[in-house]
Write a protein that binds this ligand. Sequence first.
Ligand SMILES: *Cc1c(COP(=O)(O)O)cnc(C)c1O
Length: 818
Amino acid sequence: MSRPDFDKAAFRNSVIYNVKNMFRRTIDEATPQQVFQAVAYAVKDVIIDEWIATHKEYEKRDVKAVYYLSMEFLMGRALGNNIINICARKEIAEVLEELGFDLNAIEDQEPDAALGNGGLGRLAACFLDSLATLGYPAYGCGIRYRYGMFKQKIENGYQVEVPDNWLENGNPFEIRRPEYAVEVKFGGYVRIENRDGMDRFVQEGYQSVRAVPYDLPVIGYGNNMVNTLRIWDAEPINTFNLDSFDRGDYQKAVEQENLAKTIVEVLYPNDNHYAGKELRLKQQYFFISASVQRALIKYKELHGTIRGFQDKVIFQLNDTHPTVAIPELMRILLDEEGMTWDEAWDITARTCAYTNHTIMSEALEKWPIDLFSRLLPRIYQIVEEINRRFVNEIQARYPGDQEKIRKMAVVYDGQVRMAYMAIVAGFSVNGVARLHTEILKHQELKDFYEMMPEKFNNKTNGITQRRFLLHGNPLEADWVTSKIGDQWITDLPHIAELLPCAEDKACQREFMELKYKNKVRLAAYIKEHNGIDVDPRSIFDVQVKRLHEYKRQLMNILHVMYLYNQLKDHPDMDMVPRTFIFGAKAAAGYKRAKLTIKLINSVADVINNDKSIGGKLKVVFIEDYRVSNAEIIFAAADVSEQISTASKEASGTGNMKFMLNGALTLGTMDGANVEIVEEVGAENAFIFGMSSDEVIAHEKNRDYQPMDIFNNDQEIRRVLMQLVNGFYAPDDPERFRDIYDSLLNTKSSDRADTYFILKDFRSYAEAHKKIDQAYRDSSWWAKAAILNIAHSGKFTSDRTIEEYVRDIWHLKKITVEV
Ligand SMILES: *Cc1c(COP(=O)(O)O)cnc(C)c1O
């Protein structure tokens, strides 16, 4: 699609003018970074009227809107996506070419907005794209971290974290909105005041910060709609605004300044892991209080009352991180609006909905009461009252059953259990893939499901094809469009029209050629960044995702070690050359994950430098995996490794991006893999390993003995011994001892091989063998790849959003005229 009114000459002038005005340079003197800035501002100019018009339309129609509350928005780069969504990519590329610049190189000047860790943050970003494209009123609400996800450097095979100063050159798309600043209070104590016979609760002796929003445009595809992602910055409160009591209190002024500085300083780099840090709770309350306050102020400005709020606002909680929205909304309705508990509860329970992203116990947020109540004294009182009333409900329903209280109370054993608060107060609880939701209902949350089944629902995740195909893989995108037209861009299920192509030999050849070109592109990236030559004719076997034990990168590299042993024993073994590609950041404090990165790089060093295996095996660790290089990686993948221990990966979304890019899944029956296989057919994927039921049964029975496998399987034993005999660490044979111990040992009281790597290893190796055989038949492979693309329609985030709207949010579409 092409933008009807796009004026190339005006755009060109705008770029030239911006370079002059911003940098006092003529266009021929401008650096690529300066040209990037100038182009980004020119694009903002193009959409600014539509951004204004969108919000005028919200007001005119008095719309109901969703506030998607999320600690993370993993947006990646904005320029390329914005240019695509205003449907002017071809035109802008031409303008830049006339000016002597390459659009791709200019895009590379933009730092990723890495305000997230992995899947959860990227989901939020895909949802914003879909909401705007589908025409739904929505705000993303998050934090403007000064430093986003750290940049990963690999030094001597080890991960080194480098601060991500993403705002260094400014952010051309953002607009600071000081007129919408609000105050957020921490600590102090609650004084009860009796006014006209009513108890009023007043927080005193607190510290506070000024929350200042920055708005980013979220551009719908080809529909003039521009929604807003609002990220909050913290500034010190004006000393002018201090209570008269505190004015002139130097100590307090400095403390508040420090609080403002530290609160938004950095994103916590933990994925699926709860660390219980006070600063994290401050971040949560900070952006939640600001977002909820603004939503209420806005509603009241428009309606002159708070009544009816629940008909116009939904707060969707992306995991438990934003759960303080519940007591915060209650606080404002009770203390500032003077509502009764029942009135406030009615509104809160109709506006808040919760998305569960994990069942892993180490990820569950449980705040110690003393920390929680010290930081949020009034909020804690409200949490206690929520708990008191809920415990009464449990007792009414299950008289005398203490066990139910132990299992379900919101406040228990000295802790506030955030997930339980979200379930009790919200009207909806959703899982993120069918299997995950079933496990929630029948295992993890079964007591809640028994008490309130109507709240539970599934929303299988999705991804936006605008970024992960149209932008990331232009060769495939153009090819698909040449076959079936471009309807797929806003209607992904239409891509099923490609089905006949799967059987067509010419089509198959075309696909293999474009895949080959994408592999050449990735090979060039690898050469530039790793200095390694990889053969684009080899199978590109890719595992990119956060490093976590449950995702089992360790099983992947152990299998590479096993293959290498085979090759050493039989140098002319018949195998299709394979390039194993990894990309993964480990949380900075996650020792075993970081050691796994070192292991991958150590294995890579040995294998890549061994001439005797004739280049049949290569291992590459791509540094600093992030959205911008992800787009290049997905486009070039033949095999998509989705090998989590069944039941542990709630959904996965990387799996969907690979499928859309014509990679075949090598995976367990976990998360959304189940639904991917259901769509594409098991014959077009490589499925292995235990089912989630088997895993859960072993966990219950505690009957898994990895040592039996070690003792009975020589090849596995050989690989494991290489972890501790210096084969990959001649300078320090003990280096990988912890990994070895995690699989077998027994010294500690916790069980070995918690993620069943040895248990699934043989079936994993078998699946790899099948891949080797299958790839030799290039017609079969192409057919299977095209079938994957053609059956990926379900996994668009457009579908996910339509389901949220239908079952939870009940929004109406709007159109924007300009
Ligand atoms: C999609 C995506 C993820 C999530 O990948 P999973 O394989 O689902 O864990 C993480 N990081 C980035 C940069 C992504 O684009």
